[in-house]
Write a protein that binds this ligand. Structure first.
Ligand code: F6P
Length: 535
């Protein structure tokens, strides 16, 4: 599939990214994409015209345009689950019809959004009360896609918070819920149980614990519980009144669901106006994705840079490095979005993938990462393509000098990765410091940076709700394009099932009700250890 590109990669071996800039003074403009107020620079990679042409040709070969339209118009492109993929309908605010099985889903989408807005405003304004008065705290119980999106967006948009405090409990580790609930007033806390299936053992266990806590503390679960789910019969069985249940269709995948009812805690935190701007940002990215030519199309080029680095050059990981503390949870969010979507070795038709699957995605905000793992990124033996992100300005005008330092560090890192430092430069630097002879030679080697390490930079004016919507939709569409080129189904996640099944069967063993002898030797020994150390 990538033969042409592999040949181009072989021809580019030994080429320096920095030299591409000397050869083409217009390179930065040529190898960047802009939409609205976002600017995506991929010029600090080895991609040149020929490579880009070969990459964009992949889109035509893989039928990206056809599949993109099939997605937007409700075709069941999630073939292994027989489902449409329509998270884009959740931000289709202008409400043009979107049909699934011949039925326009937009009236229900917009009606649910209105109900969420009314509910959020009641909570924010104090009209909806807990047993002890107005709601001061909201606890969202959910995991995976029912947690990571709202967690990430709530933190990202903290300058816009003017509602109750919002907390998140995801882990089945009792420490998570215990530490979260401890300081809260059970009579003034709203619990949202967010689970697409309403069967996920972590969320159901946490929901029952939260209900017991509330009852014990004098709260009123009938007034203080809400649910977000596709399984309305299960929310009813759990005892959550229908007026506080917000449903969505199974055409929204968990990791793509922050735009709809799963975004309820974000909406409660920031209010309808800001949440609307977030949706509009996502919608703006949809319009761009559907209309821009491949080489100016930001999600497409982000995806093609990903393919170039992972499938063609073979780099196993990519680092997402937001120089934006409020995007601290974006790497975790993108880990699920990208790795649960494209971490697969079977193609849509059931055949074995003949190329590497999606990469390992990891990262941390800058500048913190610089003082932790950047050593390896600069001088390690593996090349890690880096995706930098930064705002032109922060939300704290009184701390503009902080922001200047943040920006300087972000831009310096991508420059340093590309430039590197030769042994001659290292020698000169040390000689300038008075070092001589064998010691200079020895020390110089440690100061060499190979350089020529690729990175991209996404820059935006300020992290507003609209911008965040653009960024999240940008990455969603990147996942779609990469998955389409690889020929895999980005919208199922069978790989998470086996562990869940084994955990269920291990429960009785840990309870002492079943014999550990049937497990493998390692697992049996670990179970024995637990039994010996539990009182
Ligand atoms: O871990 C698998 C998964 O199914 C994710 O895809 C999903 O986001 C998460 O579990 C939570 O599922 P639910 O929203 O149904 O509780």
């Amino acid at each position: 599939m990538f033969d042409d590109l592999k040949a181009l990669a072989a021809a580019a071996r030994g080429r320096r990214i920095l030299d591409l800039f000397s050869a083409d003074p217009d390179r930065a403009r040529q190898f960047s994409a802009e939409t609205g107020n976002l600017y995506f620079d991929y010029s600090k990679t080895l991609i040149d015209d020929d490579i880009r042409n070969a990459l964009t040709a992949l889109c035509d070969k893989a039928g990206v345009a056809e599949r993109r339209e099939a997605m937007f118009s409700g075709h069941k492109i999630n073939e292994t689950e027989g489902r449409a993929v329509l998270h884009t309908a959740l931000r289709n605010l202008d409400g043009g019809p979107v049909k699934v099985d011949g039925q326009d889903i937009m009236p229900e989408v917009l009606d649910t959004l209105r109900r969420m807005q009314v509910f959020a405003e009641e909570i924010r304004g104090g009209a909806a009360q807990g047993g002890g008065g107005s709601i001061t705290d909201v606890v969202n119980i959910g995991i995976g896609g029912s947690d990571l999106g709202p967690v990430m967006a709530t933190l990202a948009l903290s300058p816009y918070h003017d509602g109750p405090r919002v907390h998140f409990v995801s882990n089945v580790d009792g420490a998570h819920i215990a530490d979260t609930l401890r300081p809260l007033d059970p009579t003034r806390t709203l619990v949202i149980v967010a689970s697409k299936t309403f069967t996920t053992v972590e969320s159901m266990t946490n929901a029952r614990t939260a209900r017991a806590w509330m009852i014990e503390g004098g709260g009123d679960p009938d007034r203080q519980f809400a649910a977000v789910s596709c399984a309305l019969e299960r929310t009813e069985a759990f005892g959550i009144p229908g007026e506080r249940v917000f449903g969505f269709g199974n055409w929204v995948g968990g990791r793509f669901s922050v735009w709809g009812p799963i975004g309820l805690p974000v909406l409660i935190a920031i209010g309808s106006h800001a949440f609307d701007a977030f949706l509009r940002g996502g919608q703006a990215m949809d319009l761009h994705f559907r209309s821009a030519p491949w080489n100016r199309n930001m999600p497409v080029m982000l995806a093609l840079v990903g393919i170039w680095h992972r499938q063609v050059l073979g780099y196993a990981t990519r680092a997402v490095l937001p120089y934006d503390q409020r995007l601290a949870r974006l790497p975790a969010y993108l880990q699920q979005l990208e790795m649960e979507s494209n971490g697969k070795s079977v193609a849509m038709d059931g055949s074995t993938l003949t190329v590497p699957s999606g990469p390992i995605v990891w990262g941390e905000p800058g500048t913190n990462g610089q003082h932790a793992f950047f050593q390896l990124i600069h001088q390690g033996t593996d090349v890690v393509p880096c995706e930098f992100m930064v705002a032109a300005e922060g939300h704290e005008p009184e701390l503009a000098h902080h922001h200047r330092l943040l920006l300087a560090n972000c831009l310096a890192q991508s420059e340093a990765l590309m430039r590197g430092r030769s042994v001659e430069d290292a020698r000169q630097m040390l000689a300038g410091q008075g070092m001589t002879g064998a010691e200079l030679e020895r020390q110089a080697r440690h100061r060499v940076f190979p350089g020529n390490r690729p990175s991209t930079t996404l820059i935006y004016p300020k992290l507003t709700p609209f911008t965040l919507g653009q960024i999240v939709a940008l990455y969603e569409h990147r996942v779609f394009v990469e998955g389409t080129i690889l020929g895999i189904n980005s919208f199922d996640q069978w790989g998470v099932q086996l562990g869940k099944e084994l955990a269920t069967s291990l429960g009785p063993v840990l309870e002492g009700e079943a014999d550990p002898a049937s497990r493998d030797g390692s697992t049996a020994a670990l179970i024995e250890y637990v039994r010996r150390h539990q009182r």
